[in-house]
Every structure is written in structure tokens, then in C-alpha cells.
Design a binder for this molecule. Structure first.
Ligand SMILES: [Zn+2]
Length: 290
């Protein structure tokens, strides 16, 4: 099997070298798609591929997409390897010159916060944390003006809510390179840097590897595998807990009693069951409680 894929890689590289001068070498072949599937369990056909030879962590991702913020659609269940992320391959730079983390990674008002928020003043410079290549930049939904940098160790760093972007797609940046100015573009209540670290598109907690107090890296390497992502990246579990749950009405029940029993309120029950306040419950009626 290994020999088979090595042969495929060689074929792929010979194709790439033969088209070296042509920057847009897509559409991607069936062989490429097969290797991507084998690698990250994702079915994905990139719309455009730029200059594959210079792509950081190409062996891991096998494609380069400058059009989509998160093109990976990685299925965590397919990740059967321990990925060792080298965190000392380059000098680390804290993304801003102050280190006040105002909001952490994780649940926040029933929504999962996929990064950390670092306080800054409007117009403060934002720096690349390590060397890498700009994979995506521009305006993206709640992120506002955002820059995504792919690093050679396989991580991607995300810098959001910028007021100005200094870099362009495919630009190689050193650690400490000024990539833009902080601000409050996108969905924010005030200026701050929303900073994320992603692996194959899956957000991981930046505080797993960054020591904010010393504005430095916390550890020399990080092992990422299925279990790590499952325990750290909670939205998967949240989805399950949010699936509808039902209760069968018993004698003597009313909406108020049921609401109290399941820690909810009558209005919510009326809404999710599409009932009005005059409805009389029947015994054995199935009521959605979540
Ligand atoms: Zn944030």
C-alpha cells in the first residue's frame, strides 16, 4: 500500500514539475482527490491551485486554496494518526504587543468561541506568529477583515477583525512580519484581535501552546490526534446534546409542570412544539422538550 502511494506521489510530482510555469494547474485529478481522501478523509476539489511546490505543509494538506476561509471539511473520525506539530521550527512572535486575553477558547453564551480574543487599540499592528505563507485574506462573515497563514509545521493561524490588511494571498511572511492593523471589522463589540490556531481546518485552543504571560511558546511540540480534537473541540458534542428530546405526557401533567421538570419554560415548549397557549395536552401526547 505504501509503495502504491509513493508511486502516486511520484506521478503527481512529475505532473506538477511538468507544469511548473503554469500557476493555475487545476482542475485537480482523480489521483489527487484519492490522496487527499487518504490523508484527511475529506472529499474536496479545490477551485484553483497556486504554485504547489512552495506550499507549506503540502505533504499534509495536498492542496492550496486561496478562495475559501476553511476549505478542508476534515472528518475527525478519519484521523487515525498522531500528528506531531513542531512548535520550535521557527521563532515565535506574540501576534500583538500586549498580552491581555479578554476571552478564551470554548463555550460562550451557547456559542463556541473558536479562538482567543486579545485586547488591542484600533490601529495597533498585528504580527505573524511564525514564518508561513498567506493562504487567505479578505473579508469573511463575522471575522471581518481576516488573514489566514499556513505554517510549515501544519498549523494555520487566523487573525480577525483587522482594520487594515497589509499582505496578499501567497505572500511568504517571516515571524514578526506586520500583516495588518487591529480593529473591529466583522461581528465585534469593540476593537480586539480574534486569534485562532487551526489544524486541517479544525480550531484548537491557542492556549494549549501559547504562554500568554511570557508571550512565548509553552511547549516544544504538540501531538494532535482524533482523541485530542474530540475532547478539545466541543461543538461535535454540542450538536448531539442539541438533538430533539421528547417526553410523553402523563395524567396530571401540564406545560408548566413539564417545563419545570426539564428546566425550561412554557414559552419555549409552545414554540418548539408549535402549540398555542390554549392547547390542552392529551395523555400519551409526545412533547418535544429540547
Ligand atoms: Zn473572538
Amino acid at each position: 500500500m505504501k509503495l502504491f502511494f509513493t508511486t502516486l506521489y511520484l506521478c503527481l510530482f512529475s505532473i506538477i514539475f511538468s507544469q511548473e510555469n503554469n500557476k493555475n494547474i487545476g482542475p485537480i485529478s482523480e489521483i489527487d482527490t484519492l490522496i487527499i481522501q487518504e490523508n484527511i478523509g475529506a472529499f474536496y476539489i479545490p477551485e484553483r491551485i497556486d504554485n504547489l511546490i512552495d506550499v507549506p505543509a503540502y505533504e499534509l494538506y495536498l492542496f492550496w486554496d486561496t478562495l475559501n476561509f476553511n476549505p478542508y471539511k476534515t472528518n475527525i473520525e478519519f484521523l487515525n494518526t498522531n500528528y506531531i506539530i513542531d512548535l520550535q521550527y521557527d521563532k515565535f512572535t506574540f501576534p500583538v504587543r500586549s498580552n491581555n486575553v479578554s476571552s478564551k477558547f470554548g463555550w460562550r453564551n451557547k456559542k463556541f468561541h473558536t479562538g482567543i480574543d486579545i485586547s488591542l487599540k484600533n490601529g495597533d499592528t498585528v504580527f505573524s506568529i511564525m514564518e508561513g505563507k498567506v493562504r487567505f485574506c479578505g473579508y469573511y462573515k463575522g471575522y471581518g477583515n481576516v488573514v489566514v497563514i499556513r505554517h510549515s509545521n501544519g498549523l494555520e493561524s487566523v487573525y480577525a477583525h483587522l482594520s487594515k490588511i497589509f499582505v496578499k494571498n501567497n505572500k511568504y511572511v517571516e515571524s514578526n512580519f506586520p500583516i495588518g492593523l487591529g480593529g473591529s471589522s466583522g461581528k465585534t463589540t469593540g476593537p480586539h484581535l480574534h486569534f485562532e490556531l487551526r489544524f486541517l481546518g479544525i480550531p484548537i485552543d491557542p492556549l494549549e501552546i501559547i504562554d500568554t504571560e511570557n508571550m512565548d511558546i509553552l511547549t516544544t511540540f504538540l501531538i494532535i490526534n482524533k482523541d485530542f480534537l474530540k475532547t478539545k473541540y466541543k461543538p461535535l458534542q454540542y450538536k448531539n446534546s442539541q438533538s430533539p428530546e421528547f417526553y410523553i405526557v402523563k395524567k396530571g401533567d401540564n406545560l408548566f409542570k413539564i417545563a419545570r421538570k426539564f428546566n425550561t419554560n412554557v414559552d419555549t415548549l409552545l414554540k418548539i412544539n408549535k402549540l398555542n397557549s390554549k392547547t390542552i395536552l392529551r395523555i400519551n401526547q409526545k412533547i418535544r422538550i429540547k
